[in-house]
Ligand binder design. Structure first.
Ligand code: UDX
Length: 434
């Protein structure tokens, strides 16, 4: 297998996991980021994010000399055959992603190209046609006659399972405009045991936005069905099971809950709507997906209101702050929305999360953070479970009840079995289940 020299520009969740996994596959990787403190942390063996399995992989590949970290693009570009652009594409007020980091990095790469061929690959989630802009930028700022190609290789890693998703993806998408670029990426992925699909660059870019938006649509769909279940006494879990057994629908992403959050779905759905609009198409279907998602959070607030009648001066124990389990990411987390709404209504919120306390505290200093679930439930008029961490499934509910002022449990992720929780003396409400 050829061992390639790779530069990863942007060492966020995607860049760090991607670079580390390529190193694990035997390639030599330099991960670059302009954030000096992040690079320093990594150089000293620390981790800027929590991602199961990643720390061990980073340590092993650094020790083997295959993975290193730098704040400088120029030397990394000079020694690399393939350069991945993994910088952030944060949302702007119009919904269109901010591509200024992609553009700035493209310019910097261009200035450091020499006469040996380079492949520049966009991995950040970008609007369709970004590849064309990257190519034009490279042509504009590179010395005349340098040989390069631009390609798209979108990532599909989920936080919490990012290492596995990267090492064994469902598919590898290569968007390429030349045979040479395609072959180069094929050789990079030679030892990956996953199907490869080769498309033009625009299609590859669209695959990413369309995939994430479709998954978000599944989540909103099942949450809408859950709302109907609540009105008619049906059970959304049974409905989802029955739907999911149809192979054309599939079981995945049909868990009703608190709505989708995180850095990707909200941003990508918004971006896809804006990109479509800029191309003359009104993607109203996705607007509805967003509205259902917001409504789902509001339904949770109404459920809490209904149990507490008046929130002011009540104590609410909040279990889970990250937008989903196995990550410390609280960006666009439904839990933070619920916490701030309750605090706004005058409630005291006592929160606990196995990993996300530090990030949540930074995002919302007014939160009372607790050392464990029982501490969070202490004196509570109501406990609201917001994230389905494994540790919550094993809670001693008897103990939880005894520390609470009033035993009301609102399970926004359908973690518990209603009958058994009620048998313990709780008033129990979940999502889309009687
Ligand atoms: C997502 C995509 O899955 C991944 O391919 C892409 O690269 C990045 O965006 P991630 O944001 O890590 O990954 O989370 P994901 O596991 O997809 O969940 C997104 C949100 O949907 C979470 O808030 C989760 O709680 C919610 N969700 C997911 C549900 O509410 N129900 C489901 O059935 C599945």
């Amino acid at each position: 297998m050829p061992s390639l020299n790779l530069a990863i520009i942007g060492t966020g969740h995607v860049g760090l996991v991607t670079g580390t996994c390529f190193a694990e596959k035997g390639h030599r990787v330099i991960c670059v980021d302009s954030d000096t403190s992040k690079i320093e942390t990594l150089r000293q063996g620390g981790m800027p994010i929590y991602e199961p399995g990643l720390e061990e992989l980073v340590r092993r590949n650094v020790a083997a000399g295959r993975l290193s970290f730098s704040t400088e693009i120029a030397p990394a570009v000079r020694v690399s055959e393939i350069i991945f652009i993994c910088v952030g594409t944060p949302p702007t007020p119009t919904g269109q992603p901010d591509l200024s980091f992609v553009e700035a990095v493209s310019r910097e790469i261009a200035r450091n190209l020499d006469d040996s061929y380079r492949l520049i690959v966009e991995k950040s989630t970008v609007p369709v046609r970004t590849g064309e802009h990257v190519r034009r930028t490279l042509e504009k700022y590179a010395a005349k006659g340098v040989a390069f190609d631009v390609a798209s290789n979108p990532e599909f890693l989920s936080e919490g399972t990012a290492v596995r998703d990267t090492l064994t993806p469902d598919r590898i998408v290569i968007g390429a405009s030349s045979k040479r670029a395609e072959e180069k990426l094929r050789s990079l992925f030679e030892t990956f045991n996953s199907p490869i699909i080769v498309t033009d660059i625009n299609s590859a870019e669209l695959i990413k936005h369309a995939s994430n938006s479709f998954l978000a649509m599944k989540v909103s769909f099942i949450n809408a069905v859950a709302a109907i279940c609540e009105e008619c006494g049906a059970n959304v879990e049974e409905v989802a099971r029955g739907m999911g057994m149809d192979k054309r629908i599939g079981r995945a992403f049909l868990r009703a809950g608190a709505g989708y959050g995180g850095f990707c779905f909200p941003k990508d759905v918004e971006a896809f709507v804006a990109v479509a609009e800029s191309l003359g198409y009104q993607f109203d279907l996705l607007r509805q997906v967003q509205e259902v998602n917001v409504a789902q959070r509001e339904r949770i607030v109404r459920k809490i209101d209904k149990e507490l009648w008046v929130c002011k001066d009540k104590t609410v124990g909040l279990l889970g702050l990250s937008f989903k389990p196995d990550t410390d990411d609280v960006r666009e987390s439904p839990a933070l929305f619920i916490a701030s709404t309750l605090i706004g209504k005058g409630a005291r919120v006592r929160a606990y999360d196995p990993k996300a306390i530090d990030k949540a505290r930074k995002a919302m200093p007014e939160l009372t953070c607790c050392a464990d679930a029982y501490e969070a439930a202490k004196g509570a008029d109501c406990v609201v479970l917001m994230t389905e961490w494994e540790e919550f499934r094993r809670l001693d509910l008897d103990r939880l009840r005894t520390v609470m002022a009033h035993p009301t449990l609102i399970d926004c992720r359908n973690v518990f079995e209603p009958a058994s929780v009620r048998a313990l003396g709780f008033t129990y409400r979940s999502v889309g289940r009687p």
